[in-house]
Design a protein around this ligand. Structure first.
Ligand code: ADP
Ligand code: ZN
Length: 672
């Protein structure tokens, strides 16, 4: 559990919306793998069937040419003969009615059933096909009485059979293979083109050519001032490498951009390419890891080959954790394909010298899981961390994304930034776009503040579900639950000041939520964490107090406090009995062998329980004391559905701990 995990969330919502999927563990390509096994299975059965079928045909019996000539042909019993020229063999088919003759009864091959089995019944060898046909001609000349002339299929029948037995199945296999390849290659939009199957190992790196496609500059990247300073050096180097090498300096080969999704890592990498006017290759880590062994490694090889031809250039690898996870620590989870891809990447990075002008930028939000080999000197030895923007950063990002939008004069960008705590750059871009769409739908001339407010709600909770049917009783429970959160936040000193509370159902998961302004803070003391836990428990406690029964709506709240409580006891050493120990296990490597005894494990569980129980009691006491305020707030919520900070102030008075303004806290530097 990291600091990040412990940081209480800014929205303690009633059955909060699902967290955004972060990381990239889900492999969308599981389907074809399963299908492939089926196809192989079916093919095996078909081939087996072929073989069994052909071996079921009864044996033919060897005879001599004389026997054939005198006993069969001369008597008019032969229905058909097949001349297999390449084997100097003749196969003989006897008429069905002739088979009844006594002669054949003793002569027929063993186990031959004249009623059901088909010919040929006999075969004999010849010296040469031409001689045989001459002999036949002789025979008919000498025996004009023989009216029953057999049909001669003078074909090399024996090479037709193999066609059906071997060539056809192989053809089918190849066909299926080709189809599969196309499907896979086409999945990413590329492979259906010419020669899809032959390009399987070619990287899907998109190339933006110099000057034409990458017209993104640092002006398009708002905030991220420190990160910009760091990458500035890379830009400078790409522009005039001589300046660095002349002084004998070592040029960086790679930099790792670390930060949560949507914070502008890709944007920054593109801006580096745009500023330096060099080509930009981009590829996602998950693209490397394919279902075919060796494909990932060959993709890496190909990507670097292309890049070397276009150097100087930028290679950007998104989601590098998909290939860069620590190798082979856990035998059960090891993945050969990923490892060989990673090894290839390491080899390639070692393979080019700093002067070649290739700079590899990679992005991840899980630097802790990366293989340490990636972080060694000469590889991604620089790490640039990119955090979610603070209020100033958000304001700057809003300014960038509002440029192309017609906004009314009343729109206060600073206020928008204040109302969107926890939003990443991508969320803000989304809000701006949504606001423009909402305003357009209403036929407005310009986008105004209420459109932005709606857009913020929409981005937080997905689309507003106006017609979602919620019974009045349910609505009442939700209102009291949210009021419980809000009152706790209001009267607990270390909880976050409330920003907004709503019971408008949104999206699929959230039935309502309370949103707070989080303090940008990196260290928490026990009191602060306890207040956070109490605030998160406020919803359930209110249900308990006012209705005497509890609902499933608190599931997400409970999940959150369980995590926090376990972190306090077993990671941050905040429990007296367990003591100053930390069992920090970010990769869950020790899921089978815990680094502590059964006894300690039981003690941790016990202490967590005690902690949560006491927090719950405290929360209930507080809400009992402020019962009237909860009721006022809940009833108003039922009426208005949305309440902002100043509405709450009007209803129940100012927050007793209104210290400095929240924004000042955000702007003060973090305590180290
Ligand atoms: P990441 O790679 O970190 O997941 P992206 O770079 O793909 O995020 O960001 C997605 C979008 O969000 C960008 O295309 C841009 O529109 C917007 N965005 C993110 N951060 C910023 C920022 N700092 N300034 C301006 N726009 C941003
Ligand atoms: Zn809740």
């Amino acid at each position: 559990m990291s600091q990040e995990d412990l940081k209480p969330n800014d929205r303690g919502g009633f059955n909060r919306m699902r967290p955004r999927p972060e990381g990239n563990n889900g492999d969308p390509r599981k389907g074809p793998k399963f299908n492939l096994y089926w196809i192989w299975g079916i093919l095996a059965v078909i081939l087996l069937g072929f073989n069994l079928f052909s071996s079921f045909a009864p044996d033919t019996k060897r005879i001599t040419f004389a026997e054939f000539n005198e006993q069969m042909l001369a008597k008019g019993d032969v229905e058909k003969i097949i001349l297999i020229s390449n084997k100097n063999l003749v196969r003989v088919y006897i008429r069905k009615d002739s088979l009844k003759k006594d002669y054949y009864q003793s002569k027929l091959p063993k186990g031959y059933n004249p009623d059901t089995d088909k010919g040929p019944q006999f075969e004999f060898t010849i010296a040469k096909p031409e001689i045989f046909t001459d002999d036949l001609r002789d025979f008919y000349q000498k025996n004009p009485a023989v009216k029953e002339v057999p049909r001669i299929d003078d074909t090399e029948g024996d090479w037709l059979a193999p066609i059906f037995q071997f060539v056809l199945p192989i053809f089918v296999i190849v066909l299926i293979w080709v189809l599969l390849m196309r499907k896979m290659g086409g999945g990413a939009g590329g492979g259906a083109g010419p020669g899809g199957i032959f390009n399987i190992g070619k990287s899907k790196a998109q190339l933006f050519d110099k000057g034409t496609k990458v017209n993104i500059t640092f002006n398009d990247v708002a905030g991220l001032d420190e990160a910009k300073v760091e990458v500035m050096e890379i830009v400078d180097f790409l522009k005039n490498p001589k300046k660095y090498t002349n002084l004998g300096g070592k040029i960086p080969k790679g930099a790792l951009l670390i930060g949560p999704p949507g914070t502008g890592k890709t944007l920054l990498a593109k801006a580096v390419a745009g500023e330096a006017q060099v080509p930009f290759f981009s590829l996602s880590g998950s693209d490397f890891v394919e279902m075919f062994v060796g494909v990932g490694a060959s993709r890496v090889r190909d990507l670097f080959k292309q890049a070397r031809e276009k150097a100087p250039c930028i290679i950007f690898i998104d989601e590098i954790d998909a290939i860069g996870r620590a190798r082979g620590k856990n035998a059960i989870m090891s993945n050969d394909e990923r490892e060989s891809t990673l090894n290839q990447l390491l080899v390639e990075m070692d393979g080019f010298s700093g002067e070649s002008g290739i700079i590899v930028l990679a992005a991840t939000n899980r630097p802790d899981v990366l293989d340490t080999a990636l972080l060694r000197p000469g590889r991604f030895d620089r790490q640039i961390s990119i955090d979610k923007p603070d209020v100033k950063g958000r304001e700057a990002i809003f300014k960038v994304h509002l440029k192309p939008i017609k906004v009314s004069e009343a729109v206060d960008i600073h206020k928008l930034a204040e109302q969107t705590p926890g939003f990443a750059g991508a969320d803000i871009a989304n809000v701006c776009n949504e606001a423009a769409l909402i305003a357009a739908r209403k036929g407005k001339e310009a986008v105004d503040m209420s459109d932005f407010q709606d857009a913020v709600d929409r981005v937080i909770g997905g689309l507003e579900k106006k017609n979602k049917i919620i019974s009045p009783e349910e609505k009442k429970i939700i209102a009291y639950h949210e009021a419980g959160h809000a009152i706790c936040g209001w009267y607990l000193e270390h909880a976050y000041p409330l920003l907004k509370v709503t019971i408008v159902p949104r999206g699929t998961a959230a039935l309502g939520y309370a949103q707070y302004t989080p303090k940008e803070q990196y260290l928490y003391n026990t009191d602060q964490l306890m207040d956070q836990i109490c605030m998160t428990l406020g919803g359930r406690a209110a249900e308990d107090l006012f209705f005497g029964k509890i609902s499933t709506g608190a599931q997400n709240d409970l999940q959150q406090i369980t995590r926090m409580a376990y972190a306090m006891v077993s990671v941050y050493g905040m429990n007296e009995k367990v003591g100053n120990v930390s069992f920090y296990d970010p990769q869950q490597e020790n899921s089978f062998t815990k680094p502590y005894s059964e006894e300690t494990s039981r003690m941790i569980d016990e202490e967590v329980r005690k902690l949560i129980d006491s927090a719950y009691e405290r929360t209930k006491e507080l809400l009992l004391e402020k019962k009237q305020q909860v009721e006022v707030l809940a009833e108003k919520l039922l009426d208005k559905e949305v309440l902002f900070q100043n509405d709450v102030e009007l209803l129940i008075g100012k927050r007793p701990y209104e210290e400095k303004k929240t924004l000042d806290v955000e702007e003060t530097p973090a305590i180290a």
